[in-house]
Design a protein around this ligand. Structure first.
Ligand SMILES: [Fe+2]
Length: 399
């Protein structure tokens, strides 16, 4: 993925500071591409085909079709089947999907952010910058027909237009911090039509353009050219309500929150005094350094687990990699033998390695090459094997 490593690369030429000062959680932003091939090396027809050909992962809920604003029912494009976990599902049939695409339907492939390396990288860039959970859906249509009604989303959206042109209507109306709960999810089309207000802007998206839509802002996408495809990244933050859940669990550890409330006969004043004490105890938790650390930990880890494998490097030791013995590993003389001891468990060291292990446990860190130099003429392969064995037994850690 060329030249796309940071959030600022995504919104180029807009500067990051400008984005957060002027647009983030405030108003939509249309970033026009300097060049139409800005994202072409990221996701093209072959990437799309490759993902769709992973037929065993798709079900009627992860691969959907919408025709003239209506969802196609699973029975019309899927066969009953069994998924990889043995659950009964509706499995989309490629020939049926193509048939519906030819009729003008829009195909939506949900949660594709782990299925393609480049999409995964963009999702990670957004997750890191926004401390958020980020997912990606693909929208594809063959003919210029409207797929969806005006609606709002409960997350922010970054839409990357890859192929074809599309007009997006951004409406004036915006809901106040909608979240993924029944109260918002159940708001229907009629509600949207009544509350979306006037069209604020008709955004003409061309290949390589990006559109940022704040949470709750009403919008609709109209396919305006044949063969159009865009990636839609959803950005979901931790919210105050999530912090309440953490506070709820934290409060359980404090005696006051396990204490009885006053009884009715003790009167309202007693209740008020108890509530004041409740407030003080709650404030004490909230103001504590440990709670602050806990929340910061949650914020920095509010990400989805995404594949990070890199074989065969993952199972190959790099000669420049630094290692050190874990603090709880000690060298011990037992009788006339020298062993490694960890958590009161002894581990026998083959004689040929004793000298090297003695040397390495006394230094802060070492590479395989340094370990070889400290050994008594062991060759590099033998020392590599020793380091691998120590690593597999969790006696040493990578620095
Ligand atoms: Fe949307």
């Amino acid at each position: 993925m060329k030249n796309l490593n940071f959030f600022e690369d995504l919104i180029n030429p807009i500067k990051e500071k400008n984005f957060f000062d002027e647009y983030y959680d405030k108003k939509f932003l249309h970033v026009k591409a300097g060049k139409s091939d800005k994202f072409l090396d990221i996701f093209d027809w072959s990437s799309f085909t490759k993902i769709l050909n992973m037929t065993s992962i798709w079900t009627s809920s992860s691969l959907q079709l919408v025709l003239d604003k209506n969802k196609i029912t699973p029975e019309d494009y899927c066969y009953p089947s069994v998924d990889r976990d043995g659950n009964e599902i509706f499995q989309p049939q490629p020939n049926k999907i193509v048939e519906f695409l030819n009729k003008g339907a829009t195909l939506i492939a949900n949660e594709v952010d782990t299925l393609d390396t480049n999409i995964s990288s963009i999702a990670r860039i957004l997750e890191d910058k926004f401390s958020s959970k980020t997912q990606c859906n693909i929208y594809f249509s063959k003919q210029g027909r409207q797929g969806f009604d005006v609606h709002f989303d409960v997350h922010e959206v970054f839409a990357i237009n890859l192929i074809g042109e599309k007009v997006w209507n951004i409406y004036e109306g915006r809901l106040d911090n909608p979240i993924n709960s029944v109260a918002y999810i159940e708001l229907d089309k009629e509600y949207a039509k009544e509350n979306c207000g006037k069209i604020l802007k008709k955004v003409h998206m061309k290949p390589g353009d990006i559109l940022y839509i704040p949470r709750g802002q009403f919008h609709e996408a109209l396919a305006s050219s044949d063969r159009s495809m865009h990636l839609s990244f959803s950005v979901t933050h931790l919210i105050g309500h999530d912090i309440l859940s953490i506070l709820f669990n934290e409060a359980m550890t404090k005696s006051f929150f396990r204490s009885n409330t006053p009884m009715e006969f003790q009167g309202k004043n007693k209740t008020q005094m108890w509530l004041n004490e409740f407030n003080n105890n709650l404030s004490e938790i909230i103001k504590s350094e440990s709670f602050n650390n806990k929340i910061n930990h949650q914020i920095s880890n509010y990400k989805l687990t995404r594949g990070n494998y890199n074989f065969p490097n993952d199972i190959t030791l790099n000669t420049n990699q630094k290692f050190s013995f874990k603090n709880n590993v000690i060298l011990k003389n037992v009788g006339n033998k020298i062993i490694l001891e960890v958590n009161k468990k002894g581990i026998k060291i083959p004689d040929m390695y004793i000298h090297t292990v003695k040397e390495l446990i006394s230094v802060n860190e070492f590479t395989i090459e340094e370990a070889q130099k400290k050994s008594n003429n062991l060759d590099l392969d033998t020392v590599t094997q020793l380091v691998e064995d120590l690593s597999n037994m969790s006696l040493i850690i990578k620095k």
